[in-house]
Design a protein. Structure first.
Length: 131
């Protein structure tokens, strides 16, 4: 990954409803070998999913991945934009500070030399193991 891919543009996270909810812009990568947060693209979190971009299957899987990444129930993540685009927007039923803190944590981790990529970290997190 290039240095640009490891940067976070915090404008991808916006407060909604007086800070009770968050708007999150992401970059989609459907049809990937594995699913998970794989880095940043132009400062936006990049989410890879195995589902193809057909009949909304990739969008549904991206919403589930976002819920897992931020520790939310799947029903707490709703797609609000970009149904047929790689640039997508989701509404998360949590405070924007929580979202930014998690993204900053991952950005810092992937910037470390020899650190596993975010994809490997997600798999390890799901299993309750260290990468």
């Amino acid at each position: 990954m290039s240095a640009q891919e490891n940067t976070l543009d915090e404008s991808c996270v916006r407060a909604l409803d007086g800070g009770r909810a968050t708007s999150l812009s992401v970059r989609a990568q459907p049809g990937s070998r594995r699913s998970g947060l794989i880095g940043f693209w132009n400062g936006t979190p990049k989410i890879a999913v195995t589902a193809p971009p057909e009949n909304g299957r990739a969008n549904e899987e991206i919403a589930r991945e976002i819920a897992a990444v931020f520790g939310l129930r799947p029903a707490a993540v709703t797609q609000v934009g970009g149904a047929k685009s790689r640039a997508k927007t989701f509404r998360l039923e949590c405070a924007p500070d929580r979202v930014l803190a998690r993204l900053r944590e991952w950005r810092a981790d992937i910037a470390k030399p020899g650190a596993p990529n975010l994809d490997e970290r997600n798999i390890a997190d799901e299993r309750g193991q260290a990468p």
